[in-house]
Design a binder for this molecule. Sequence first.
Ligand code: ATP
Ligand code: MG
Length: 568
Amino acid sequence: MRMSKLLMPTLREVPADAEIVSHQLMLRAGYIRKLAAGVYSYLPLGLRSLHKIEQIIREEMDRAGAQELLMSALLPAEAYQASGRWEVFGSNMFRLKDRNDRDFCLGPTHEELFTQTVINEVRSYKEYPMTLYQIQTKYRDEARPRFGLIRGREFIMKDAYSFDKDEAGLDASYQKMYDAYCRIFTRLGLDFTVVDADSGAMGGSGSQEFMVKAAVGEDGIAYCDACGYAANYEKAACIPVEKAFPEGDAPMEKVATPDVHTIEELVQFFGTEPHVFAKTILYKADEKYVAVMVRGDREINEVKLKNLLGCVNDPELAAPAVVRELTHAEVGFAGPVGLDIDVIVDLEVAQMQNFIIGANETGYHFKNVQINRDFTPTTVADVRVIEPGDKCPKCGAPVKSDRGIEVGHIFKLGTKYSDALGLSYQDENGDSKVVIMGCYGIGVTRCFAAAIEQNYDENGIIMPVSIAPYHVVVVPVNAKDEGQVRVAEQIYENLQNAGIETLLDDRQERPGVKFKDADLIGIPLRIVVGKKSGEGIVEYKLRTQAEAEDKPIEAAVRDAAAYIKERL
Ligand code: ATP
Ligand code: MG
């Protein structure tokens, strides 16, 4: 491609509303443009990379025996109503009506539709196991679209669904996807880890996420160097950590604590440590309210809470007015004593002695509290967020923490959708059995951003060869020098003949501008045709290296082709 003809609107300035590097660089490199919050267009360079990412995914899915099909993004409501997800998705789903007032949505994910397809089209149990997939645009009206392609409202997903006769079949199908995912993310040039993930309240026997480690990642990962355990914070099981508490068996005592609200203020007031307090937080869980207690120095894990309660919607903090009504006190003084709703107590709280809690009376706390003497919990369970230094749930060594971007998610669904929609088969004895499902997603556009988040320097993007929009850029230093232009044209043609995707920077620009653009857009290899080209010498520079080296023209072409082909 001749760059004089290429639509490549690079920007020198960092766009003001782009918070993270990948988003800034994709805009600056002219890869993407924003249309609305979480909605983007792909310009020519960006689209080339996107197609390559899709192709790598496609090749590995096909290799794993999955079959590609394509469904509509515009979906009738019925299947989602049958599974109950028409309600569950709430305001995350884009909904619309056709001219006859029929309900439709823009598909956020397609479990229902694939299940329906298998119900309609598969004739015999002999067709299982079967894994179907598509690479398709998804729509989710995210509460906080941000970070460019990382969290969009329109994004491309590869979604796959496996259908098996039994659990053993599901295990095998799942393992195939796991292996395919490892190959895909490796080929995309991503440094990733696999973590145990939450399977949600509604069934499913196991689930793992593929995380790209990045400081800007929205997910917390707990991992253990000693045994290799790794899990999403949402999922990581917490083992209670023992602490020292005040001794004695004094009765519970009400203490006036005027103007004391936060744990920090309480610590100051009582002259003790945060772990001697238990905080009581009120949640709205579907239609009811519950109180949840964790140690003062801990955080509540709302995903664990949701699973424990088996609620449909995410638990939400109770509104201040409700807190006032239920505790008869201002926010900040809630406690379990005399409270008329279920009290869920974290495992660690169950071990506390002589601790301090809110008194359900504005301006008062109780001290010397003993669990099961002064109040009785409804449930004792693990409902807190793991923290660095906590014991690994597998081996007990201290865990570390990291941040990650979830690029893929594989999930043993079991019979959730086959039960809901009626997907069964008759086995060889004529007995009716339910089909066992798995589902497997990759955020295609999110992978694109993640690859850049992991591969850049102060000059711009450093695209992995496998997904770079072009492989090599050939730059004549002086576009008016006929000799240079001739050599550059020759190299351009030779590289293209060798199957290397090449840019020729034939623009009437200063060399500095050309070099800056080549670095910004992240082309893996640059060949500069300057004064020495008269003697048959050109400059050869990898995007990953600071220094260029001189090479004879033929060697430069040969080495470039070899370098690229090795990495495809
Ligand atoms: P998240 O927790 O990040 O919201 P999710 O768990 O809801 O994601 P899944 O339903 O598992 O997402 O979707 C499969 C994959 O699609 C995810 O692993 C992620 O890579 C990608 N994905 C999900 N939501 C978005 C989004 N809003 N923008 C871009 N990619 C997304
Ligand atoms: Mg997920």
